[in-house]
Design a protein around this ligand. Structure first.
Ligand code: SF4
Length: 380
């Protein structure tokens, strides 16, 4: 299949791996930022083909996973209201809040709907003028532009019963937070190719320079990732720390100017809290003053949220790359995709879900004493 088979070619993969093996002379730790890259790495076993000592640390680039618990609880509160139709992508319905999830709200009679585009939610608002329609807008620079476009359209069309519950986050401030966190082991980054497709690469050379880390913009297919790793290892071995674009078929330095203009019009940069990590300055967006009337937090004034994190779940440590998912005691036993204790086991981009899908049978070996899971399922 075009663009898939050609980036999974075993002979080319072998050549890239040979280069990596010949180049690496000592241990290096690099972080793949995006959860989609994590899934590709684990699914194809790429980490197991690397020289011993080359470690891939899984980063916090799963949008569902980093959405703060307080925001999940606000979504649950808003979705429970009888006058509300609450729309979301499917992954969010199973993310545990403090005491329930959106599926529970739906089973209790709430009008919670899975949509495939924020524009579907706008259409629902147009068709239901007597209801308040809320779309749960989460994610990185990749999902922010269509959500911004939807608010722009609502404003243009005068659809006033639509609002956005916003929890958008930005990658570059997260890289800065990771590099300044105590005990940081990250020596290089594989930057998320799709984020750079939207935003371009101008924010990265300064980060590479300030923290002395190579940053290589990397795609998602096996050869894309191996090429990103190959270039990163070369930089590390040569003592360089530069921005490189290993995904030129999708990424241009200037990004997508139309999407960036839409983001600039609809959103403004704010400090955001990341689940499992905490507050990161200037790491997110909220609706700008011009569009504040479409902000669900503003419209519904949800206050008095008292959050309760699971005492078992270690997803914060997983998201910061401090532990691998199978090192969590609950992995594959108390916590599975069917009964997730944390968002990293729910999301199709979560590291715990990736290890459960592709590594769970190895877990007893990786973590002696753990029972092999009996359940076989998949994330939705
Ligand atoms: S395996 Fe489950 S409980 Fe453990 S960190 Fe992952 S999501 Fe949390």
């Amino acid at each position: 299949m075009k663009y898939l088979d050609e980036f999974s070619d075993p002979e080319l993969a072998r050549r890239l791996l040979d280069d990596i093996h010949q180049t690496a002379t000592r241990p290096w730790a690099m972080m793949e930022v995006c959860g989609g890259q994590t899934h590709s790495i684990i699914r194809h076993g790429l980490d197991q083909l690397l020289p011993e000592g080359i470690e891939l640390i899984h980063g916090p680039g799963c949008p569902v996973c980093v959405t703060p618990l307080e925001m999940i609880d606000k979504a649950l509160e808003i979705a429970s209201r009888p006058d509300v139709i609450f729309c979301s992508f499917g992954d969010m319905l199973r993310v545990p809040g403090s005491d329930r999830d959106l599926f529970r709200v739906k089973s209790d009679g709430g009008d919670v709907r899975v949509v495939y585009s924020p524009m579907d939610a706008l259409e629902i608002a147009r068709a239901n003028p007597d209801k308040e329609v809320v779309f749960f807008g989460i994610g990185f620079e990749t999902t922010a532009p269509p959500n911004a476009m939807t608010v722009h359209q609502a404003h243009r069309l005068g659809i006033e019963n639509f609002s956005l519950l916003v929890s958008h986050v930005r990658v570059p401030p997260a890289i800065e937070a990771i590099m300044t966190s105590p005990g940081c082991r990250v020596q290089a980054f594989l930057a998320a190719g799709h984020v750079c497709t939207v935003m371009g690469t101008d924010e990265y050379p300064d980060l590479a320079e300030r923290f002395g880390v190579p940053i290589v913009v990397t795609g998602f297919e096996p050869l894309d990732i191996l090429e990103g790793i190959r270039r990163t290892v070369h930089q590390l071995e040569e003592g360089r720390h530069e921005l490189e674009n290993a995904y030129p078929r999708a990424v241009q330095r200037s990004g997508n100017p139309t999407a960036i203009a839409m983001l600039d019009d609809v959103f403004e940069v704010v400090d955001r809290s990341w689940r499992g990590i905490g507050m990161i300055p200037a790491s997110g967006w909220r609706l700008s003053e011009k569009y504040r009337a479409y902000d669900a937090e503003h419209r519904f004034s949800v206050t008095g949220i008292d959050t309760h994190e699971s005492t078992v779940c270690r997803s914060g440590e997983v998201l910061q790359g401090l532990i691998k998912p199978h090192e969590c005691e609950a992995f594959g036993t108390l916590c599975t995709p069917r009964n997730p204790l944390g968002a990293t086991m729910v999301s199709s981009e979560g590291a715990c879900a990736a290890y459960y899908l592709y590594r769970r049978l190895e877990t007893p070996t990786l973590r002696p004493g753990a029972a092999a899971p009996k359940e076989v399922t998949s994330v939705g």
